[in-house]
Design a protein around this ligand. Sequence first.
Ligand SMILES: [Zn+2]
Length: 149
Amino acid sequence: MRGIERLHPEVQAMAQELQGLCRENGLPLLITETWRTKEEQDALYAKGRTVPGKIVTNCAYPYSAHCWGVAFDFCRNVRGKEYETADGFFQKVGHLGKEIGLFWGGDFKSFKDMPHFEHPLYMINNSVKTLVIKWGTPEAFKKSWAAVK
Ligand SMILES: [Zn+2]
């Protein structure tokens, strides 16, 4: 799912701020993925495992930040050049995101995920572990969001 209104309120505010910064800097940002449902994560996890294709994620539900609404993905909003990297588009957007406090997937130590941002205060050490311990399930976590708004 791609609507930023599906993100945790703090992450949603950061995504909006990033959209503004990208506009000011002439970077055509498109947010492609935000909250991921169990069905969506299961389908992604199946790729390259139980259905044909390349493996695209190492995270089974609910171990992706997307299952908790604290991460979003982006690409260049230019048809046919969405993931072109030659001009440093992803680094530039990554830099702007880091300036406003997001963790950028291009800084992952092992698998670099350049089109990805997550909130470092919820994804401590890039892991959902703290969320799982505190809330148990993404649904329970989501119920707590009303208090943030
Ligand atoms: Zn992502």
